[in-house]
Design a protein around this ligand. Structure first.
Ligand code: NAD
Length: 465
């Protein structure tokens, strides 16, 4: 029975992809009007169903409404508006200089849609991280299948129910499900796969994609460091670290500060500033605060408590550490000087635990970061311009932000994506349009400008040229 179910589900998926491919090949998705109509439909969906999506986000993550509005809804609204404003311009062929070697000729680059693309999304920003790539795929003229994360089931169900009421179902579909469904989807032929999630699954995605030489974009995570130079404005540093860590889904964001590096002598002042900021933001008993998301599920709760309860770590908790499994609550927690080889300092945390590691001089932080896999983001707080320059030039990361945390995602003129183990390929704004386009070089010549030298026979006078 199970086998029959798998076969049927595989066949159903193949039929769906074939239908989307037919629509694509008929040219349905090509025109500017179709693309704009879909983007406007997404905006309309948000106008009419915003409260339902917010409720779904709250049900999945107890995400505070203000955070959902700020990080999910308003970013997608801004993205749709940007695309509606710029798309006509981005779709235009771009003229480039004609080379002397091809004289006389004209040359331009045409942005061509790829075909039928698959977007596999994750649970922590399940609305924004699903729609942001889908918007890019549609705007670039592709048919698209969205596979939301089963780990955020309410948001996934909302997409499955509501999206088809707004967008063109002959070209845009939502498929819900977990590993089994995703595996069946990955057996289809796609023209691009955009995956957001962890690096272990990313390897399976690449393996599946390789069978059809399908290009992939992998948006992964890692351990994003925050270097704090004592030469800084400590009050502001503390606020910006706290909001970037616990104010972003309670640490469950790919760009959250994962660990801090500061100097031995400055660490006590930094810890005190973080503690008092935390108390100012979330009160003396943070479990009572309505402004902290909960851990997404018991599997992740167990993963986080394992990091914290490790022998070499549990004694180093200098703030927080309280937990309530029933409520999936872990208090904002600071750990000072966990060994560099302990799991909390080697595995991505993705939760409300913040280790601080110390060095003699702030410059020593560079070698700590460089000895580890390349992170998705790297942050530095300093007033020292020379240090800032050195950081930007020597630290390899998906993106860098100086004197703040996480805000780099809100600038659509910056490419967002990883490097090394934090992934490859980037998106946001025009980068999303480019991510889902093939850049087709077109050289055009007339019938003049003949140069006999290029044609055989290659007589001695030609070879002497
Ligand atoms: P997840 O469990 O939701 O998995 C992501 C997607 O992969 C889901 O759609 C899921 O169904 C699918 N999946 C899971 N196992 C699979 C398998 N064996 N085969 C095929 N598909 C499978 O999310 P996650 O992996 O827990 O996400 C957290 C990770 O994602 C963290 O590492 C985080 O840093 C990273 N992340 C990166 C970004 C980014 O933009 N770079 C954003 C958010 C999260």
């Amino acid at each position: 029975m199970e086998e029959l179910g798998q076969k049927l589900s595989f066949d159903a998926k193949r039929a769906m992809v074939n239908e989307l491919r037919r629509s694509f090949e008929e040219g349905k998705t090509m025109g500017y009007e179709w693309r704009v109509a879909q983007l406007k439909a997404i905006l309309r969906m948000m106008d009419e169903r915003e409260a339902d999506f917010m409720a779904a986000l709250h049900s999945d993550l107890s995400k505070p409404y203000f955070e959902s509005f700020l990080h999910e809804i308003s970013l997608i609204r801004a993205s749709c508006s940007l695309f509606l404003k710029q798309l006509k311009h981005w779709m235009k062929p771009v003229k480039v200089l004609a080379a002397i070697t091809t004289y006389p000729s004209t040359a331009h680059i045409v942005s061509e849609p790829l075909g039928v693309v698959l977007v596999i999304s994750t649970w922590n920003y399940p609305f924004m991280l699903s729609l942001e790539p889908v918007i890019g795929a549609i705007a670039a003229g592709n048919a698209v299948v969205l596979k939301p994360s089963e780990v955020a089931p309410a948001t996934s169900a909302m997409f499955a129910k509501v999206f088809p009421e707004y967008v063109d179902n002959s070209c845009i579909r939502v498929v819900e499900g977990a590993i089994h469904e995703t595996t069946a989807l990955l057996k289809q032929r796609w023209d691009k796969i955009f995956y957001t999630g962890n690096s272990r699954v990313a390897k399976s995605i690449m393996t599946a994609a390789a069978k059809n030489l399908t290009p992939v974009i992998l948006e992964l995570g890692g351990k994003s460091p925050v270097v704090v130079d004592p030469n800084c404005d400590l009050k502001i540093v503390a606020k910006r670290i706290v909001v970037g860590k616990w104010g972003c889904n309670n640490g469950q964001a790919c760009v959250c500060p994962d660990y801090i590096i500061t100097t031995k002598s400055f660490a006590p002042r930094l810890v005190d500033a973080l503690k008092s900021t935390l108390e100012g933001f979330y009160g003396k008993d943070p479990q009572q605060s309505k402004d902290l998301s909960r851990i997404v599920n018991s599997k992740h709760f167990a993963r986080l408590t394992r990091l914290l309860d490790e022998d070499r770590v549990s004694g180093n908790v200098v703030h927080g550490g309280q937990r309530d499994e029933k409520q999936l609550f872990i208090a904002p927690t600071i750990v000072l000087n966990a060994p560099l080889d302990s799991p909390i300092m080697t595995e991505e945390i993705f939760g409300p635990l913040l280790p601080i590691t110390t060095v003699d001089k702030v410059e020593d932080s560079f070698s700590v970061i460089k000895s580890r896999p390349k992170p998705l983001s790297a942050y530095l707080f300093t007033k020292n311009k020379k240090l800032e320059e050195k950081f930007v030039m020597t630290i390899s990361a998906g993106g860098i932000l100086i004197n703040d945390t996480t805000l780099q995602v809100a600038n659509p003129d910056l490419p967002f994506g990883g490097v090394g183990e934090s992934g490859f390929g980037s998106y946001h704004g025009k980068f999303s349009f480019d991510a889902f386009s093939h850049k087709k070089g077109v050289l055009s010549r007339g019938f003049g400008g003949e140069t006999p030298a290029r044609y055989p026979p290659y007589t001695p006078w030609k070879q002497a040229l």
